[in-house]
Design a protein around this ligand. Sequence first.
Ligand code: ATP
Ligand code: ATP
Ligand code: MG
Ligand code: MG
Ligand code: MG
Ligand code: MG
Length: 269
Amino acid sequence: STNMAKSKFEYVRNFETDDTCLRNCYIVVRLDGRNFHKFAEQHKFTKPNDDRALGLMTRSARSVMGDLEDIIIAYGQSDEFSFVFKRTSTLFKRRASKLMTHVASQFSSSYVFYWKDFFGEQPLLYPPGFDGRVVLYPTNRNLRDYLSWRQADCHINNLYNTVFWTLVQKGGLTTVQAEDRLKGTLAADKNEILFSEFDINYNNESALHKKGTTLIWEKRDETVTKRMKRPDGEEEDVPVTRSRRTVQDYHCDIIGEQFWEEHPDILED
Ligand code: ATP
Ligand code: ATP
Ligand code: MG
Ligand code: MG
Ligand code: MG
Ligand code: MG
């Protein structure tokens, strides 16, 4: 701090290593819940998907987006969320550790802060933690492939979990039997089990579960009435329209072209 003379201890600062993120690259911070398999069990998450938990994850991600400017898109599923900073961001001088820890701590504290809004009187039994990592992507293609990778992961896991828990909950199998039954099966086999044995068409399952959650900024026109003073001194009510940036959530495919064609402003050239 400025009002302190330099002490002889000051040299230790030079032990800090430079972790500046390469310029021009998209900076991705991905968080993942620590040991959430156990956390889900202890907090009685419904299987295969607990919507309270998904809602809380998304609420926490919104808090991160509102708090750290320069995040252009976020994608979440299960106990993970990825945040993408624009390529030109100079936030925290692009220092990886600063960016990652701010995302992780804002997310974690929000998860606890908003717990009650999603779980009501059910108590939070212990403070959950999230790990974080930073990855740089130099091209739009690389970034899109990253997001596609996470959404493909969501799909694969959700298909597996949907069949697994259907076999247990509706088919009366034990978890061990369900696991055995699914060993070596392909996606087509899993769809077939759901359809022929349980009359479930996987395509009709909820988009939130199949596609995860994508958060982006969108401009919304908002009209408010303002009391204004005219030049002659009289006051009048005037409608004022301003465009406000709000975070919008989607549960759609982000692997194909359509989403990116409909939102051409997200990715820079
Ligand atoms: P930055 O986000 O850059 O860290 P900052 O406002 O947190 O900004 P710091 O240099 O970390 O700046 O200083 C923390 C400030 O928080 C202190 O200057 C002081 O004003 C306040 N503060 C922290 N802990 C206490 C405390 N226990 N009692 C009173 N004030 C405190
Ligand atoms: P690690 O600490 O290595 O990340 P983990 O137990 O968190 O270990 P993950 O691979 O991250 O392992 O898996 C997260 C687990 O959390 C899922 O397998 C699932 O059991 C549970 N889980 C997370 N979110 C939900 C949810 N919304 N509904 C039901 N279960 C969930
Ligand atoms: Mg985890
Ligand atoms: Mg995970
Ligand atoms: Mg501080
Ligand atoms: Mg929604």
